[in-house]
Design a protein around this ligand. Structure first.
Ligand code: PTJ
Length: 252
């Protein structure tokens, strides 16, 4: 998919950039998605481009919470669709969650393209095109969701969510799992389970934990969710950033 030489010291990072660029070219990712990616990359440098032990614990708590849910939904925006389409579909299968396209800057055209893109990567059903539900408290364009999707969900995964919408979903009583590289952002601070990690690493990691927990009892799953401490996860990431190096990390 790219002409980046595999032995380049920044191979994974360059491939990621190429995917976001290709997403914009295909009409999947917004131009603002490029800016969001740059912001994310800066935090990823500071975290050493690795999954912290605290983020791995959060990923396990997220998997347990999803497996214990009645109606889990994974919200997909233009960045998620460009960066990890197959991994997101695999996660939805591992935890039996619906996929719903939900955009910050909504256009019907882009929503349709993202749904098609997810189907090309193995999704059966993709929600988010009906738009017959709402998140109360947001202006119309930002609050549109599917009535039988995010509106009815008990647990939602919102990677890279905007802070206002994360707060509005919280006010609706949803259990929120947020993936975001910035531990200071409002959305991970609102989340029940904040995963401070690159979504490229976090999405497959949650799926791995879900497969590992496939035979766990409901009590065990609830226990893992209850034992998770969101504030501790946020402060562990902040400490890692403050103590981290400003040098661009070498990739393995
Ligand atoms: O496709 P749309 O219209 O729904 O738009 C999606 C974006 C992401 C453009 C939109 O939601 C947006 O503008 O987001 P923000 O406000 O720029 O926030 C993006 C957040 O995601 C920042 O806190 C970044 O640190 C973080 N982020 C960016 N890339 C990644 C990331 N977190 C995890 N993994 C990433 N790859």
């Amino acid at each position: 998919e790219t002409e980046v030489p595999e032995d380049h010291p920044r191979y994974a990072s360059l491939v990621t950039r190429h995917r976001i660029e290709a997403g914009v070219e295909k009409g999947i990712t917004s131009k603002q998605g490029l800016i969001a990616q740059g912001r994310g990359e800066a935090f990823d440098y500071l975290l050493g481009e690795r999954t912290l032990p605290s983020a791995d614990r959060a990923a396990r708590a997220a998997a347990a919470t999803l497996l214990a849910a009645d109606r889990p939904v994974i919200s997909v925006n233009g960045n998620v669709a460009a960066l990890a389409p197959a991994e997101t579909v695999e996660l939805s299968e591992a935890v039996d969650a619906d996929l719903e396209v939900n955009l910050f800057n909504h256009t019907d055209e882009r929503a349709r393209r993202i749904a098609d893109h997810l189907r090309e990567h193995g999704a059966d059903e993709v929600k988010g095109l009906a738009g017959d539900g709402e998140i109360p408290g947001l202006d119309h364009a930002r609050g549109v969701v599917d009535a039988d999707g995010i509106e009815a969900a008990d647990v939602v995964v919102v990677p890279l969510e905007d802070g206002d919408r994360a707060a509005a979903l919280d006010a609706m009583g949803k259990t929120e799992i947020v993936i975001d590289l910035n531990p200071g952002s409002r959305s991970p601070r609102t989340a029940d389970v904040p995963i401070i990690d690159n979504l490229i690493r976090a999405v497959p990691n949650v799926a791995d934990h879900a497969r590992d927990l496939a035979d766990a009892s409901p009590e065990e799953l609830r226990g893992i969710g209850d034992a998770f401490d969101a504030d501790e996860a946020l402060s562990a990431a902040e400490t890692a950033i403050r103590e981290g190096s400003l040098e661009t990390p070498d990739e393995p």
